[in-house]
Design a protein. Structure first.
Length: 163
């Protein structure tokens, strides 16, 4: 159900839910949550942010891992960015991480980390909200995943104000 929602609140809820999992994994989360109003399905948006943070926890370094989560507005668009420390991700592998059932260095035996649906679900939700999601390797290892959505008043099929 689409309604006005501030992704800052959605991200805060996701981070609160995942704090125990991060602590258990020895991962420190730093957040910088600025207001990011949009119109959308708050449950799906929360699940998307949670999927990004869960992936950042799972695919992190074994000790003293770090995650940075930011929300805010940039040039009229809502932005959510999740970055993490972790193994080096070759640039040519990044695009395939958004395909269903794909995980970096996955083999058939290692299913403990999940089915490889997290980022494909994020992409589907973001596209349904008229946005896009990109990922780039983070210098030093890990990924920087950026979600861009239309800000409040904009939406699929509508031009953001001022354009």
């Amino acid at each position: 159900m689409r309604q006005p929602v501030d992704v800052k609140d959605v991200a805060q809820t996701a981070l609160e839910q995942l704090a125990p999992k991060a602590e258990e994994a020895g991962v420190t989360i730093t957040s910088d949550l600025g207001s990011a109003p949009t119109t959308g399905d708050p449950v799906l948006l929360e699940r998307s942010v949670a999927n990004l943070v869960e992936n950042a926890i799972k695919y992190n370094v074994p000790e003293a891992g770090r995650i940075w989560v930011r929300t805010g507005m940039l040039n009229g668009a809502l932005v959510v960015q999740v970055a993490n420390t972790g193994p080096h991700v070759p640039a040519y592998e990044v695009g395939s991480l958004f395909e269903p059932f794909r995980r970096l260095n996955a083999d058939r035996v290692d299913s403990a980390k999940g089915a490889g649906l997290g980022l494909s679900i994020v992409r589907a939700v973001v596209q349904a909200h008229g946005g896009n999601v990109t990922a780039v390797p983070r210098e030093g290892g890990g990924l920087v995943v950026t979600v861009r959505l239309p800000g409040a008043g904009a939406g699929p099929g509508r031009t953001p104000p001022g354009r």
